[in-house]
Design a protein around this ligand. Structure first.
Ligand SMILES: Cc1ncc(COP(=O)(O)O)c(C=O)c1O
Length: 357
């Protein structure tokens, strides 16, 4: 077996809500630890799936996800053969690492950022070089990233807005950086949360695909579309690189129910607009609250907020006892909370206020 696997720890999934309820003797637990959408999927998706014809389940799904592919291509103004679908971005991250990495290669990841980039690099036996974000602003330190590029560097992962800091990088910041990156190093921009950005319109780095061949843009249906359970994500990159990913993609990775759900979700822009507006209003309230507490936090452009406390485990335990599950163990003092519905946010903020005394 691969030696690298023996040294790794498996991903610790979210504790099931039923288990938490039983443990703490509470009726309601709100999961705010996985950046899911508290406003649910679009009612149009629910209606369409109620009409779904399950008598066709003896057939494999469309392995090319043609209907969904055409819609995504039209909406993003990219070519159909530049898109690769995965069972969530999780699968896309796995594919990218599998295709582009071998032992001895290096990948650069910011710190902190989404943990799966480094995990998948390690599985392939590649070295992970992590570059701390600017501790004052939470922004990427492009000079340091450029300094770390060597002949072995294959991939640079940039999550935008970054998970967990919530920091947003403008397209111009990304463009200036990518101009200095060697053409044989692939820059992967994970836009899992891009629709939540309100500071810049349009927010996406998609136009960079026309300027550079060594860029990939990643999107998911798990966040703003509220379809985490359906597991649909995709990457857009040059047709040549997309072809390599297609070679190793499982032939029927997206089932037809998920394809349908994602396809309907794309049409419901009113639902997306509602989610983005509510999230932005609640995010403002969270930032004013944190400002008043004096705790260090980063202004967020995503659907979560990240701040530092002396003992994040202690506070996370306190919140869990009261029915709110949040994300800990990201950095020694960091705590990340998904921005929930107004009444839940107000309750959490009160708990934190009482906790700080
Ligand atoms: C930055 C980032 N990328 C990718 C993912 C994985 O998303 P998916 O549900 O599409 O697998 C997540 C999930 O939280 C994430 O935060």
């Amino acid at each position: 077996m691969k030696e690298t696997i023996k040294k790794l720890q498996s991903y610790v999934p979210e504790e099931p809500l039923a288990k938490i309820k039983e443990k703490y003797g509470i009726d309601r637990v709100v999961r705010l630890s996985a950046n899911e959408n508290p406003y649910g999927p679009s009612p149009k998706v629910v209606a369409a799936l109620n009409e779904f014809d399950f008598r066709q389940e003896n057939y494999y799904p469309d392995g090319y996800a043609q209907e969904l592919r055409t819609k995504v291509a039209q909406q993003l103004k990219v070519a159909e053969n530049e898109i690769v679908f995965g069972v969530g971005l999780d699968e896309i991250i796995t594919y990218l690492s599998r295709v582009f990495l071998q032992p001895g290669d290096e990948v650069i990841v910011p710190r902190p950022t989404f943990s799966e980039y480094a995990l998948n690099a390690a599985i392939e036996g590649a070295q992970v070089v992590s570059v701390p974000v600017n501790p004052n602003t939470g922004k990427y330190d492009y000079d340091q990233i450029l300094n770390q590029i060597t002949k072995q560097t294959r991939l640079i992962w940039l999550c935008n807005p970054n998970n967990p800091t919530g920091q947003y990088e403008t397209i111009n910041e990304l463009r200036q950086f990518i101009k200095q990156v060697p053409a044989d190093v692939l820059v992967l921009i994970d836009e899992a949360y891009i629709q939540f950005v309100t500071a810049a319109q349009p927010a996406s780095a998609l136009p960079l695909l026309k300027e550079f061949d060594n860029v990939g843009i990643m999107r998911t249906f798990s966040k703003v579309y509220g379809l985490a359970n359906f597991r649909v994500g995709f990457i857009v990159l040059s047709a040549k690189l997309a072809g390599y990913l297609q070679t190793i993609r499982l032939p029927y990775n997206l089932n037809s129910i998920s394809q349908r759900a994602a396809s309907i979700a794309l049409d419901d822009q009113a639902f997306v607009d509602m989610v983005v507006a509510k999230n932005a209003a609640e995010r403002d309230k969270w930032e004013s609250f944190l400002q008043n507490t004096g705790l260090k936090y980063f202004p967020s452009q995503a659907n979560f907020i990240y701040f530092y406390v002396d003992d994040p485990n202690d506070l996370a335990d306190r919140l869990l006892q009261k029915g709110f599950q949040v994300r800990r163990e990201l950095e020694p003092h960091g705590l990340r909370i998904t921005i929930g519905k107004a009444t839940d946010n107000a309750q959490i903020q009160q708990i934190i206020k009482d906790y700080l005394g």
